[in-house]
Design a protein around this ligand. Structure first.
Ligand code: NAD
Length: 354
């Protein structure tokens, strides 16, 4: 076995059905008396439910969490946290809400409890992506990692089928890039393979039967493992492209990941034979070909494949290629503008990966 470095992340995870009820124990354990609850406008009812679980003992509810964590929203939430004398933040929702919780926590030092309701995985990472002036910048700091994560499968039952599918593929993308990360190691490989298997088997079941609690449970478990991969090792071209496209052209995060993933893998394939083999083994019906396995999965999930369907304009392809090749992340294959532009064009058009 080759030598490796593995850094475990120190977060605490409470997983199961009905685990939201453990929140009062957790706030007591952490000596929190006036948390600020965070949600998107769509999930206000859930924040209200959390307030009830905490017997009304909250500083307030801020309901304007927005995708790609725009800094102007963070400033507004910070002011509200200060005005209400909040002593912690509790984010309830998907990656957008978790992102706002991280942005407040890193600026104020307040502790952060997450109650994730999608499969995006942000709750397991010390990474924060923020958008200002249409540019998304990412930073990493151990202090960004939330202290406690409460995964309650019951809260994921309402996640619409289409979002469940793309959010699940977003999680798989973390695992895929972990398999070929420069600092990959046997532990994150185990997590990546187990997480991908859990999601690849449960997501088609969720599409057929969204109220299957066993499939929902498997998917959330897979999302946790894949999120841990994202938080443990470096990401490459796939994540760089999705940050570029999402942040610069305001494209929906999970849909963008879903459309880009087969193309990013195909770009790297010649340089990552071992990772391709492992991925093929984790994807059902791959017949030993990871890209084929992924295409079969995406077909079953009935997802959209072209970024033009999400409002990206053809003339933005060149701009996207310029941003994607500037300050590139480490990648197993050299980042060259011409093939990257062609990759983005194919994703834009929704053409299949080759
Ligand atoms: P999201 O948080 O924007 O959620 C999408 C929509 O679904 C929102 O309106 C939300 O309220 C709603 N929703 C969420 N859970 C629901 C549920 N169970 N039932 C019904 N509706 C529900 O989307 P996302 O894909 O989870 O997160 C995307 C954001 O997270 C992006 O900004 C992305 O950059 C960030 N992200 C960050 C990291 C990281 O490590 N920093 C990792 C992954 C994602």
């Amino acid at each position: 076995m080759e030598s490796f470095v593995y850094s475990a992340t120190p977060g605490r995870v409470i997983f199961g059905s009905g685990t939201l009820q453990k929140l009062p124990e957790e706030t007591e354990r952490l000596n929190i008396s006036a948390p600020l609850l965070l949600s998107t406008p769509r999930q206000v009812h859930l924040a209200e439910r959390v307030k009830e679980v905490l017997n009304g003992k909250v500083a307030g509810i801020f309901t304007e969490a927005t995708m790609h964590t725009p800094t102007n929203v963070t400033e507004k939430a910070l002011q509200y946290a200060q005005d209400t004398k909040a002593d912690a933040v509790i984010s309830i929702g998907g990656g957008s809400t978790v992102g706002l919780g991280k942005a407040i926590s890193i600026r104020t030092g307040l502790s952060h409890i997450c109650v994730p309701t999608t499969y995006a995985g942000s709750e397991m990472t010390p990474i924060l992506g923020e958008t200002a002036d249409k540019v998304k910048k990412t930073r990493s700091d151990p202090k960004i990692l939330p202290g406690t994560v409460i995964y309650d499968v019951d809260l994921t039952m309402t996640l619409p089928v289409a979002t469940s599918a793309t959010s699940g593929v977003n999680a798989i993308a973390h695992a895929v890039e972990a398999l070929y990360a420069r600092n990959s190691n046997p532990i994150t490989n185990l997590l990546a393979i187990e997480g991908t298997k859990a999601l690849a088997s449960s997501l088609p079941e969720i599409v057929e039967n969204p109220s299957s609690s066993s499939a929902r449970s498997q998917a959330l478990y897979g999302a946790w493992l894949c999120g841990t991969c994202l938080g443990s090792v470096g990401m490459s071209i796939h994540h760089k492209l999705c940050h570029t496209l999402g942040g610069s052209f305001n494209l929906p995060h999970a849909d963008t990941h879903t459309a880009v993933l087969p193309h990013a893998i195909s770009y790297n394939a010649p340089r990552i034979p071992e990772a391709m083999k492992k991925l093929a083994e984790a994807l059902p019906e791959s017949n030993g070909d990871a890209i084929h396995g992924l295409n079969v999965l995406l077909l079953k999930l009935k997802v959209k494949r072209g970024l033009k369907d999400f409002g990206m304009k053809e003339e933005d392809i060149d701009k996207a290629a310029d941003i994607a090749v500037s300050n590139p992340y480490w990648n197993p294959r050299e980042i060259e503008r011409a093939p990257i532009r062609e990759l983005i064009r194919r994703v834009w058009a929704g053409e299949p990966a080759r």
